[in-house]
Design a protein around this ligand. Structure first.
Ligand code: ADP
Length: 189
């Protein structure tokens, strides 16, 4: 199963991606997680990404496309994967299409989690409180920036993938279990 999971920040992509990794025995390729671990390890890429992420802006396309291209070549991704947090721009989606074409593979589905804006702010507040501020970008001002970036640069991808005919819309406001059941139902159709 080759999947993309999309949705605004705080929509529950990471949570659902983890459930899908178990259900289909596929790895979760999260560009956000990979960048955060590069920051922790103080690699050159991490140093470059740190301030950008703390502002809620996007890391350059070349950087994240490089990460994904490398991860897609990993042994664990041979039979499938779930992309979480990538692509985030049309340029990234086009680059991904090229990577997939080169490998002779295609996506099975693009799962889109639909959530309303105010609810998202509430969820991120809770996440920030629970994690004791572990994520530098989990505060309200930065979240608003991330939502704005999502609306301007990432939401247009839904139309991009609708043209390819593989979008599955899911109500992200439901409980974790209900969302995951909805996704399973749509993927098994
Ligand atoms: P969320 O989905 O909650 O916003 P992520 O972990 O997916 O969190 O991303 C956190 C940050 O990492 C983003 O705001 C951005 O700065 C950076 N990032 C992650 N993936 C990408 C990407 N594909 N392109 C550019 N920047 C990215």
């Amino acid at each position: 199963m080759r999947l993309i999971i999309m949705g605004p920040p705080g929509a529950g992509k990471g949570t659902q991606a983890k459930i899908l990794t178990e259900r289909y025995s596929i790895p979760q390729l999260s560009t956000g997680d990979i960048l955060r671990s590069a920051i922790m390890d103080k690699t050159p890429m991490g140093l470059q990404a740190k301030e950008i992420m703390a502002r809620g802006e996007l890391v350059p396309d070349e950087v994240v496309c490089g990460i994904v291209s490398e991860r897609l070549d990993g042994d664990d991704a041979r039979d499938g994967f779930i992309l979480d947090g990538f692509p985030r721009t049309i340029a990234q989606a086009q680059a991904l299409d090229e990577m997939l074409e080169e490998k002779g593979i295609s996506l099975d589905a693009v799962v889109v989690l639909q959530v309303d804006g105010e609810e998202l702010i509430e969820r991120i507040r809770t996440r920030a409180a629970e994690s004791g501020g572990a994520r530098a970008d989990d505060n309200e001002e930065v979240l608003r920036k991330r939502l704005q970036v999502y609306g301007e640069l990432t939401r247009p991808l839904i139309a991009y993938y609708e043209k390819q005919g593989n979008v599955k819309n899911v109500d992200g406001m439901a409980s974790i279990e209900e969302v995951s059941a909805q996704i399973a139902g749509l993927l098994e159709k």
